[in-house]
Write a protein that binds this ligand. Structure first.
Ligand SMILES: [Zn+2]
Ligand SMILES: [Zn+2]
Length: 457
């Protein structure tokens, strides 16, 4: 985890923020789960966080003034706390997915049921109510639910995916039907009107019967929704830019495809504050597409000499050749998850290049091309195959991590060129590279090119 810890949304009481250079690792065991339980997915709201365990557990931390953490309303839940539910007929359901808006949360269970909790201000809980009440002149209050309640009207359906915008939610069922509920300003539910939906509304465009035009995947932005249909076409509803068609003045009142990418086979989409992302499957890999008007913080990541903002979908040039799996778009930042490959290794590192020696970490020798060095995928440290314990006969397929990184995968990458002592060879002391000439990123690349077998896809 990293980022701001406002309202203890990282479940910590001792920091204001965690730098992305040193993400903090949290395990299910840290939260009190039995050995073997893993954290499998998470949902981030504005100031609250939901974590899902492999046994269907749900933990939450952060702002809870409207019960959006699934605990009795209070200003905040300071450390991750297990949610007592969701329950169906008194029996606890296993959570498999969690999504969060500003002041509400939605969770999906293994049985395909959807539960919601938090503020019902705009109908986000799909319980048939919009809970705004006037309490005194000029002051209103909102009803809320602090325990997960079953979302109405989907009992006959098996839901397979959920997504939340700031104040709305959408869901996809096992057959490809798409439902939306909550705030419908700018027609973000794609229903052709701006009336808030207090129960899930079936979005007619994806209701069939032609299976190809039904939904395959969904995503939600702050004021828009995205559906990828079974033909891999990308559709969007709501406000997704500042001027022209698709803006606040002329929102997409129903789901429309984006002309520029209608020929692409879209397999994944993500929406951030003002950003839109899509992954297109090509014959020989994937293409990453991005667009977004008013992106001021480099969140499109197009490069230092490129426009920061684009209303038109663009092929993401710096990510060409990168095997992108998934994208998470935040309010002002974007995160790209990719399989390592040669192109990935060529990308500049954040926040800085790491000085690593160009000799084996164990024997401290460079035996030339006859005895090539294997580089750790994470820390870049090189090792002879035979110097590893146990020794390797051949360069392993796929990703390879050194013993240190394997032992502590959540540890930040050291930038100072000094290796942790943990598994330092037989000598049992940390290597001191201070006497060695600093290896620049350029030199390191050159060195690794001279060892062509170092890494295989
Ligand atoms: Zn060696
Ligand atoms: Zn390593």
């Amino acid at each position: 985890m990293f980022g701001r810890n406002d309202k203890s949304c990282l479940g910590l009481t001792d920091v204001d923020a965690i730098s992305e250079n040193e993400p903090r690792r949290v395990t299910a065991q840290d939260l009190g789960a039995p050995k073997g339980t893993r954290l499998v997915t998470a949902g981030c709201g504005k100031n609250h966080t939901l974590l899902v365990g492999s046994e269907g557990q749900l933990w939450s931390a952060g702002a809870n003034q409207a019960g959006q953490c699934g605990h009795s309303a209070c200003p905040q839940i300071s450390t991750f706390k297990l949610v007592n539910g969701p329950k169906l007929g008194g029996v606890k359901e296993k959570v498999v997915q969690a999504a969060a808006g500003i002041t509400f949360s939605v969770v999906l269970t293994e049985s395909g049921k959807v539960f919601a909790f938090g503020s019902e201000e705009k109908g986000q809980l799909a319980n048939g109510q919009a809970g705004e009440r006037i309490v005194s002149a000029g002051k209103s209050a909102f009803d809320y639910e602090t325990e997960p309640i079953l979302v109405r009207g989907l009992a006959e359906r098996k839901i397979v995916k959920i997504a939340c915008g700031s104040q709305h939610a959408i869901a996809l069922d096992s057959e490809g039907r798409v439902y939306g509920w909550g705030y419908n300003g700018y027609c973000r539910l794609g229903l052709g009107n701006q009336q808030d939906a207090l129960v899930p509304k079936l979005i007619p465009q994806f209701a069939g019967p032609n299976e190809l035009t039904m939904g395959a995947d969904i995503a939600a932005g702050p004021s828009n929704s995205v559906v990828i249909d079974k033909q891999n076409m990308y559709f969007m509803a709501g406000k997704w830019k500042n001027t022209g068609d698709g803006s606040g003045g002329q929102p997409f009142s129903t789901f429309k495809f984006i002309q520029d990418i209608m020929g692409c086979k879209i397999v994944h989409a993500a929406c951030g504050g003002v950003t839109h992302w899509a992954i297109a499957q090509e014959e020989d890999g994937v293409m990453t597409i991005t667009f977004g008007q008013g992106a001021l913080n480099g969140e499109l990541g197009l490069g230092p000499n490129e426009p920061k903002s684009s209303t038109k979908p663009l092929q993401h040039k710096p990510l060409t050749g990168i095997d992108v799996l998934q994208i998470a778009a935040g309010q002002n930042t974007s995160y790209i998850l990719a399989h390592p490959n040669d192109k990935y290794s060529d990308l500049p590192r954040h926040p800085a290049e790491i000085d690593v020696p160009d000799f084996c970490f164990v024997c401290e020798k460079d035996n030339g091309d006859d005895d090539p060095l294997l580089e750790c995928e994470k820390c870049d440290y090189p090792f002879h195959l035979k110097c590893l314990s146990p020794p390797l006969d051949a360069v392993p397929d796929g990703e390879w991590f050194c013993p240190d990184c394997e032992a502590d995968p959540g540890a930040p990458v050291r930038l100072d060129g000094v290796k942790r002592i943990l598994t330092k060879g037989k000598k049992g002391k940390a290597a001191d590279f201070d006497d060695e000439p600093a290896v620049t990123g350029q030199k390191r690349k050159a060195a690794s090119q001279a060892a062509p077998t170092k890494r295989k896809k």
